[in-house]
Design a protein around this ligand. Structure first.
Ligand code: ADP
Ligand code: MG
Length: 240
């Protein structure tokens, strides 16, 4: 049986909320409005995953599937320096691919699984997991097919997490909640419906606070402690 590895987010408060960091062997989802810090957390994890285990890293390589074109290698440099690592070495250990359709995204996963069988990876990022599905299946009558293909993609991600002891970090968008319940206090919810809710082990709801502050809450997990973590987005990545 493989043992779980917890990878630091760069923020002690956020790590504590997560019980030590983001975990291998499962999927962690972050959703939240534009600029809530989902992609910046991805960039920080690209670096922290490469830290040795005793520094709360994963001592492994990173695979990054980018569907929105928002990965910035130059952002990795100050984050690596903040952790006292060599930026070029860190960049060399990030396998990056841009996906242009949901099928392309799926095929990239197949290729990455082959790579992971040969080299020690500890993190797979898909930022965002759903954007291409929302473009490729935009018609009203296509929702059932979209959800079926999304389920296929997520099941592949779960398989990768378990087979290679990798942490899977995916980002998601928020959509307006059309449900008309009178007790709805937040009219936004994560996209992807039950399929995504079922696949993600931990769902993080991010929102903007004052200035560079961001707030993270664990979403819809009655078995986990309630509470929020406040962190900052800085040039050196996610911090307290
Ligand atoms: P999301 O992916 O949720 O849309 P991002 O992770 O891209 O959001 O967050 C964007 C925000 O991150 C920016 O609005 C800014 O506040 C912050 N940010 C990005 N780069 C830097 C930086 N170099 N220094 C400080 N803050 C930054
Ligand atoms: Mg983003």
């Amino acid at each position: 049986r493989k043992s779980v590895v917890r990878i630091t987010t760069g923020s002690q408060a956020l790590d504590e909320l997560l019980g030590g960091g983001i975990e291998t062997l499962c999927i962690t989802e972050a959703f939240g409005e534009f600029r809530s810090g989902k992609t910046q957390l991805a960039h920080t994890l690209c670096v922290s995953t490469q830290l040795p285990i005793h520094m709360h890293g994963g001592n492994g390589k990173v695979a990054y599937i980018d569907t929105e074109g928002t990965f910035r290698p130059e952002r990795i440099v100050p984050i690596a320096e903040r952790f006292g690592m060599d930026a070029n070495a860190v960049l060399d250990n990030i396998i990056y691919a841009r996906a242009y359709t949901y099928e392309h995204q799926y095929n990239l996963l197949l290729g990455l699984a082959a790579k992971m069988a040969e080299e020690p990876f500890r993190l797979l990022i898909v930022d965002s997991v759903i954007a291409l599905f929302r473009v490729d299946f935009s018609g009203r009558g296509e929702l059932a097919e979209r959800q079926q293909k999304l389920a296929q993609m997520l099941s592949r991600l779960t398989k990768i997490a378990e087979e290679f002891n990798v942490a899977v970090y995916i980002t998601n968008q928020v959509i307006a909640d059309p449900g008309g319940g009178m007790f709805i206090t937040d009219p936004k919810k994560p996209a992807g419906g039950h399929v995504l809710a079922h696949a993600a082990t931990i769902r993080l709801m991010l929102r903007k606070g004052k200035g560079e502050q961001r707030v993270c809450k664990i979403f819809d997990a009655p078995n986990l402690p309630e509470g929020e973590a406040v962190f900052q987005v800085t040039s050196g990545g996610i911090m307290d």
